[in-house]
Design a protein around this ligand. Sequence first.
Ligand code: GYE
Length: 369
Amino acid sequence: MKKLLALLLSLVMVLCLAACGGTAADSGDAGDAADDTSAGDAADAGDTADDAGDAASGDLITVGFAQVGHESDWRTASTKSAQDVFSEANGYELKFVDCDNDSATQLEAVRTFVQEEVDYIIIDPIVSTGWDTVLTECEDAGIPVIVIDRTIDDSDKYVSWVGSDFLVEGQACGEWLKAYAAAKGIEELNILVIEGSVGASATIGRTDGFKEIADREGWTILDSQSGDFTEAGGQEVMESYCQSYEGQFNVVICQNDNEAAGAMTAMDTAGVTYGVGGDVILVSFDANRPYVQMVLDGKLNANFECNPMAAPTVSEIIQQLEAGETPEKEVYVTESWFVAEDDVTSITVNGEEQECIVVTQEVVDNRPY
Ligand code: GYE
């Protein structure tokens, strides 16, 4: 019913435009809109969502969101962003499912959304494969799917994806480490990696991106195991690393902030010092505010941001679809690299110069999440 109404509305809009001598481009260039969308515009996107709410005037757009789980601070920020944007005040009814990091639960959640005939489905895929059948079911039911954050790599039956370039995050981490070690005169790097959840595109991208630089530079990666993106997982892996590689490592790369917190606990217990002036260079990904504070405090040497605020952009995409427009297939959010010391203030990643922000209290205070 809502779809019929939306269709009629877009028809009326097209007729109005035609009568006024407008062109398709006037009705809103989807490409431009998507280009304009960056994490920096998050606030604007929020306004758009407000406007959308007014336009819907009582007839709510139903959105089903199959969220990964609640494993990390990053995830909490992502969930909150979705709940803020897809509110009734903004014209939405949100059906939210926390899939508790279980792929079977996530597939079931999507199928339930199809049965409930929601208007749109948002998926943050726990793993990057195994999606084509269920996405075909969504397509057959005529329900557009928008993928956020992690990618789906074995099907293209979705309208848009909004998220981060995990490969670039991993490469940036490697390029920063190279420049930092050179600045400090550290000649040999013996590295331990605590990976994220197995099969997640965030894990795959960060691992591959970093490894590319490590291989190029001839660094030794002593070990690389999954800490499942949790604090407990990070601690467990680091405890075993401290035993197996005692005195042999000088770099620990944690693929998210919560794992870094767990690794710190394990290293504290084992008497290993880390961060600025420590025995071990400690690096994290995500850059949630408390962990950017840890960069300022010198407990982390660097933190590579992953932006969890996809929801405002997803709302824009839904509004484009409601207006009969074709959104961009891929929208990348913008992110920054945060460092504790001023030895390295820029790096070159894939031929592109990127800033490394030396953290101050102001930087911490201005973190949006
Ligand atoms: O880095 C981690 C979370 O998929 C990018 O998942 C996301 C990752 C994020 O649990 O903290």
